[in-house]
Design a protein around this ligand. Sequence first.
Ligand SMILES: [Zn+2]
Length: 413
Amino acid sequence: MGKETLQKIAEVRERLRQLQRQQTASNNGTASAPPAPVIDPPPARPKIAEMSAEVVDSNPYSRLMALKRMGIVKDYEKIREKTLIVVGVGGVGSVVAEMLTRCAVGKLILFDYDKVELANMNRLFYQPHQSGLSKVEASRDTLLHINPDVEIEVHNINITTINNFKLFVDRIRHGSLSNGQVDLVLSCVDNFEARMTVNTACNEENQIWIESGVSENAVSGHIQYIEPGKTACFSCLPPLVVASNIDEKTLKKEGVCAASLPTTMAIVAGFLVQNSLKYLLHFGTVSNYVGYNALADFFPTQEILPNPQCDDRFCRQRQSEYREAQASKPKEEPVVEEEPAIVHEENDWGIELVATDEDLPAASNSNATTANAGLKFAYDAPAANGTDESAPSDAPPAKAIDLSSLQAQLKGL
Ligand SMILES: [Zn+2]
């Protein structure tokens, strides 16, 4: 490209930025005010080739790498090899993307087709001056500034259309840093159709993903880990949601704008990223399902097994693959490892955290035909749940439910 062309492009870009600023100002009702001086943000720090554990104030990774010294994570630096797709960068997804960026994941691929609006300012992450920008582009700017070591790829598209679905599947299959399959997909969307789209793509691609949701009344939420063939997919069973114990008649008001709280969204985002880190870096227990009832500060958990009669043929295929893999595995004796007690090196007071059996939550119900206390299915199951392989073969066939009625029932998710 010639020098003149490049100059022309730079001029057009500057003109576009001016127009965007004017548009934002007029949207904000301050059209008559003179445009605010544009202050370019200070440059981001230089990239860092390797994560260091050196304890100096200038090392952005010293606190993360300390997880190794404390005996929590074996190879924290492996995080930089990981690629995650975040679908939806709204109240939950944007906070998820920021947490992952600060945790130094290798690459983030963001999908959203919405714009930042002032009505989003009750939540975290976006700022008023970003109003009018696409959420994915506003996210990229902020995230690269926080941590330039993370590769950020953005797609300002709706994944539910046929062509965009193909692109979404392609990014699952080839989106990683080595152009292979990504490590994890996180769903942070607010509607049934987009969740089903993520579900379909992940069943097809045999891709592990984690679904998240926050209720329309802003006082409950959940995350659900979905491993095709091993756990229930989003089509296997009606979605499990947290019972709010609020009279439904006073709650459901058609056409009324959904409520949202930065607190509930950040708590759900925190659970989602915590579970992701545990899965990616192999520490702690990866939860199948964690619910959050904000009114009672109650966190129900649940195991959810797949439904052999799931409508999604790829789900059924993954289930039989999983059964075959389990059957061919040699039986292993559980190994109990003695972990040394961890004491902070600079712990002047000699304080230790001691886990006792009493501290641990009660074992969760491994049978998903009934929801644990505090949880309920979003609607009545359309078919016999057959959540274990001993389900009777004469179970009633799945009742056909059309998408619009499902969507109506799921509006409260
Ligand atoms: Zn399924």
